[in-house]
Design a protein around this ligand. Structure first.
Ligand code: PEP
Length: 258
């Protein structure tokens, strides 16, 4: 496959971190150093920070995302936020199916699929997370799990819509643990996901889709991971909270060596 490595997307996932004031300070620190960035930059922030982040990044090349949404437009779903609501405050991306949502909030492949459809309907772009647990990797079922997650998540998604989806391969055992998948392991599963996309859609869709690696990526290991042929970006949790660290990863992505 002739993978479009020119498309590198560095996304941060703040999880449940940072107040609005901390959000403002973070962007004040990073905007000056990201204005000439060739790679795309996305920050997925808590709901409460979105409006502040959108305001601070106006006119910059940083895009703001949420970390979840509900599949209905409105209704009796206490504590939830819809894709329509996110769009109304100029959110551009939404993470769907993060392993912490699957693990702690009973998210299933089916709800992931419903959420993706709702997000795309509102013209939000999606970062779909897939990945196996340690037990699944040790049982040699990584491909089976990732294949099921990807196929169910994309059920009913058209070839035109797939252009608005990024897939983040995030092995659960590497998230927030400090334990990174080796660059070879990460590349191998990203390659496998690309083959699924080729099978579900076509070769061109597979060559052009952005497949990120996520799981304890930082400025020390980013170079090795991002230079792998099938990895075109990173979804970064912990290391995206620190402006200097996040900028360093962006600089690596822009260095021309990846
Ligand atoms: C994540 O939250 O998607 C993630 C990859 O976290 P971390 O980088 O902290 O492992």
């Amino acid at each position: 496959m002739n993978i479009n490595k020119k498309k590198t997307v560095i996304a941060g996932n703040w999880k449940m971190n940072k107040t609005p004031i901390e959000t403002k300070n973070f962007f004040k620190d990073i905007i000056p150093v990201t204005t000439t960035s060739k790679c795309d930059i996305i920050l997925c922030v808590p709901y409460i920070d979105i409006s502040y982040a959108v305001k601070e990044t106006k006119g910059s090349n940083i895009k703001i995302g949420a970390q979840n949404c509900h599949w209905e437009e409105s209704g009796a779903f206490t504590g939830e936020v819809s894709a329509k609501m996110l769009k109304s405050i100029d959110t551009q991306y939404v993470i769907i199916g993060h392993s912490e949502r699957r693990l702690y909030f009973a998210e299933t492949d089916t709800t992931v699929n419903k959420k993706i459809k709702a997000a795309l309907k509102e013209n939000l772009k999606v970062i779909l997370c897939v990945g196996e647990s340690l037990e699944e990797r040790e049982n040699d079922t990584t491909n089976e799990v990732v294949s099921r997650q990807t196929k169910v998540a994309l059920k009913g998604i058209t070839i035109n819509q797939i252009e608005n989806i990024i897939i983040a391969y995030e092995p659960l055992w590497a998230i927030g643990t400090g334990k990174t998948a080796t660059a070879e392991q990460a590349d191998e599963t990203c390659t496998f996901i690309r083959e699924i996309i080729s099978h579900l859609y076509n070769r061109s869709a597979a060559e052009n889709i952005v497949i990120q690696y996520g799981g304890s990526m930082n400025s020390k290991n980013a170079q090795e991971l991002l230079s792998k042929p099938n990895i075109n970006g990173g979804l970064i949790g912990g290391a995206s909270l620190n402006a200097n660290e996040f900028v360093e990863i962006i600089n690596i992505a822009n260095s021309g060596n990846v």
